[in-house]
Design a protein around this ligand. Structure first.
Ligand SMILES: NC(=O)c1ccc[n+]([C@@H]2O[C@H](COP(=O)([O-])OP(=O)(O)OC[C@H]3O[C@@H](n4cnc5c(N)ncnc54)[C@H](OP(=O)(O)O)[C@@H]3O)[C@@H](O)[C@H]2O)c1
Length: 221
């Protein structure tokens, strides 16, 4: 496939890039700093905080699918996920590219946003410890970050595109296993961790699975 990978120098993005190239896909990497990429990778430079629409259109034009590992790296960065994804969606619409897979986070199913003002109070996959203790604490600590990801999901739901949102729990840098659980529209019971490599694996796998269109997917070991 011809793939365009945004944030291909990030933790998940780098894994997606490596796995996509290893699988023989024709990849274009869209990054802020192409010097961070291995030699030989086709790169387009774009800062998604202030993107040039023509640059994004040239990066996605002709692609079979777009993958994005974009996300805020600090609270002050919050807003980049939804604004950057909105710019990607606009470029896709302008060039008739329909398929996109992005990374969100496990708690987002229960985070309110303008598009989902009354989400369920608890994720059906979360057990009692997660519901009563961990999830409220982490949502309070990462409030701005999660608001950004919830808005990003709104952007995709409103896009009319063929989107898939992967919602991982705590990320690790452990190696690729391919041996993880997934669930549509909910988290995984006792699923606290997943490696960035396995999230990237699922993002690429979803491209071959039409049942993942317009779905959020929980992933964990
Ligand atoms: N950490 C966790 O445990 C966890 C758990 C669940 C979900 N998540 C979500 O998963 C996302 C991806 O995780 P990760 O470990 O791959 O994160 P990461 O390494 O911080 O990657 C974020 C990517 O976004 C890019 N980016 C940020 N601002 C940008 C901008 N203005 N223009 C262009 N690119 C920009 C970064 O570019 P550079 O490479 O140039 O810095 C980087 O490639 C996180 O952002 C978070 O929302 C994280």
């Amino acid at each position: 496939m011809k793939l365009t990978i945004f944030a291909a120098t990030g933790g998940i993005g780098r894994q997606a890039l490596e796995q996509a190239v290893a699988a023989g896909h024709d990849v274009t990497a869209v990054v802020r700093n192409p010097k961070k990429l291995s030699p030989g990778v086709r790169a387009v430079r774009a800062d998604l905080a202030a993107p040039d629409p023509a640059v994004l259109e040239s990066a996605v034009g002709g692609a079979d699918a777009v993958l994005s590992g974009l996300g805020p790296q600090s609270a002050s960065d919050a807003g980049i996920a939804w604004q950057g994804t909105r710019a990607i969606v606009r470029a896709m619409k302008a060039t008739d590219v329909r398929r996109i897979v992005v990374v969100s986070a496990a708690p987002i199913g229960t985070v309110a946003s303008p598009g989902r003002p009354a989400p369920p109070k608890h994720d059906p996959g979360d057990g009692i410890f997660m519901r009563t203790l961990f999830s409220p604490l982490i949502k309070a600590a990462l409030r701005k970050h999660y608001a950004d990801l919830a808005l990003m999901e709104d952007v995709l739901r409103d896009s009319g595109l063929d989107w898939t949102v992967v919602r991982p729990p705590r990320l690790t840098d452990k190696p690729l296993t391919g041996a993880y659980r997934t669930a549509y529209g909910q988290n995984l019971r006792r699923g606290l961790f997943i490696s960035r490599a396995d999230v990237a694996h699922l993002m690429l796998r979803a491209l071959r699975q039409p049942e993942t269109l317009q779905r959020t997917i929980g992933i964990a070991y």
